[in-house]
Design a protein around this ligand. Structure first.
Ligand SMILES: *Cc1c(COP(=O)(O)O)cnc(C)c1O
Length: 451
């Protein structure tokens, strides 16, 4: 058997095992049983002195690790907003792996560069964002927020004549940041890494739905970055962009929007929820959540394409590229062609398919809320999007029901604190979730409440 043949056999075996895993998804517990988790211990040994044959590596991986996976690629995982992976995106990802492109620029990969450009254009189209925007495909909303906020600060300072690249921050005019009181922890993380001290953040108070209250918006000026939110993690609500952004614009502030999952409402029949969001300066969103593409695929979108390109430029004498090459729009220099799966998802769904998927999750969330209310649960949010926040009669009952639901293996969802008290948070975001799966969830929760 020659070497090439061995490699082919190994890849075929990996595909066979992947298909076997895929076939088992419907019957897989939503969270792995304790026995499968305990079995992971057998992987805990030192690096072998002599390599293990690749076929054996694959066998161990599948036999030991596959049973300990979370079935988030299945229909009954309602935790966080994780999404599954669409068939076209999963298939594209396999091909991308065979290509093994360094997708930093056209010169490194004409195919990846072209596909990611198209994907960027399509993303702006379906989200109704300015077509002139730069779109960088980064690893996560966290990384993309970091890229956008560094572009924002650099641009505000440049307008004041400050050379950020040359002189850094010592002696620079202070750029202030206003964040929503319910801003996501990863926005704070990005700000912290960039050197915006947490004690210096200015917090914009929110209303009962978790939206920034325009009446209480702190003063803004032309050295302020305002971070708004499309899709609050608990309630799924949107800041009132149409009211807030013109105010911020008039003051000369930079507006960034964290739309990790919620921005996809723009592609749905509920686009009105995010009315005015297109007026912002920069946006981040994930493919790996509501668009149902594989990890890790996210987007930094910046209206002023040069602002992002200037902040993220990494041209070197041996590696120059166009200003809008992906290595000049993201944190990565060498990078995989992560935008290709996003291209594939959008191509296979089309505008209509995307709208249908997002609409379906929003409808399912509303129906779930209704069923739970009828069964004696308190639904704590208005359920405008894909999030349902739920509480039983007491904190103890809320917690006991969540634990019993998790232990059943039939579904999985996580806890949260809402206004200081425990609740659970049900998210609809997997393209695989059919109405029958949502009914199974509400039936289980109603049964547990009666029990
Ligand atoms: C998940 C999430 C993030 C972080 O996204 P990552 O891709 O996990 O880094 C930021 N903001 C909101 C609202 C989120 O839901």
């Amino acid at each position: 058997m020659n070497h090439d043949n061995e490699e082919r056999q190994l890849l075929a075996e990996a595909d066979r095992r992947a298909l076997h895993y895929f076939d088992g998804i419907p019957g897989r517990p939503a969270f792995p049983p304790a026995s499968a988790i305990a079995a992971l211990q057998s992987l805990e040994h030192d690096i072998p002195a002599q390599g293990i044959p690749a076929s054996e590596v694959l066998r161990r991986l599948d036999d030991i690790a596959s049973p300990a996976t979370v079935a988030s690629n299945g229909p009954r995982y309602f935790g966080f907003v994780i999404g599954a992976t669409l068939p076209a995106a999963a298939a594209a990802e396999r091909l991308v792996l065979a290509w093994d492109q360094c997708a930093s620029s056209f010169d490194n990969s004409p195919a990846a560069d072209t596909l990611e450009r198209i994907a960027g254009r399509w993303v702006c189209e379906v989200l109704g964002l300015p077509p002139e925007s730069a779109v960088g495909f980064g690893t996560s909303a966290t990384a993309c927020t970091l890229a956008c906020l560094s572009a924002a600060r650099r641009k505000l300072l440049a307008r004041k004549g400050w050379d950020f690249d040359g002189d850094g921050l010592v002696g620079a005019p202070e750029v202030r940041v206003v964040v929503s009181a319910s801003c996501h922890i990863t926005v704070k993380k990005a700000l912290r890494i960039l050197g915006f001290g947490m004690n210096r953040l200015i917090v914009a108070p929110t209303d009962v739905h978790g939206r920034v209250d325009p009446q209480q918006l702190p003063p803004l000026d032309d050295l302020t970055i305002l971070c708004l939110q499309a899709g609050e993690v608990n309630t799924g609500e949107f800041d009132p962009f149409a009211e807030l952004i013109p105010k911020a614009k008039a003051a000369g502030a930079w507006m960034h929007v964290d739309g990790a999952f919620g921005l996809w409402a723009r592609a749905s029949s509920s686009a009105h929820l995010a009315e005015g969001v297109e007026l912002a300066d920069s946006w981040t969103t994930d493919g790996h959540k509501w668009l149902n593409t594989p990890y890790d695929g996210a987007m930094a979108i910046c209206r002023d394409a040069d602002a992002l390109a200037n902040a993220m430029n990494s041209d070197a004498a041996y590696a120059t590229a166009s200003r809008d090459a992906q290595k000049n729009l993201t944190l990565e220099f060498s990078r995989r062609a992560r935008g290709v799966a996003i291209w594939a998802a959008l191509a296979s769904l089309g505008r209509d398919g995307l709208r249908e998927m997002i609409d379906r999750h929003i409808r399912q969330a509303g129906e779930l809320a209704e069923a739970l209310r009828a069964g004696g649960y308190q639904v704590l949010n208005r359920v405008v999007l894909n999030q349902v926040l739920v509480r039983a009669d007491s904190d103890q009952q809320t917690q006991a029901i969540r634990e019993a639901a998790q232990a059943s293996g039939e579904v999985w969802f996580g806890p949260t604190l809402w206004q200081g008290r425990p609740a659970f948070r049900l998210s609809l975001s997997s393209w695989r979730t059919a109405d029958a799966d949502v009914r199974a969830l509400s039936d289980l929760l109603l049964h547990l409440k009666r029990a």
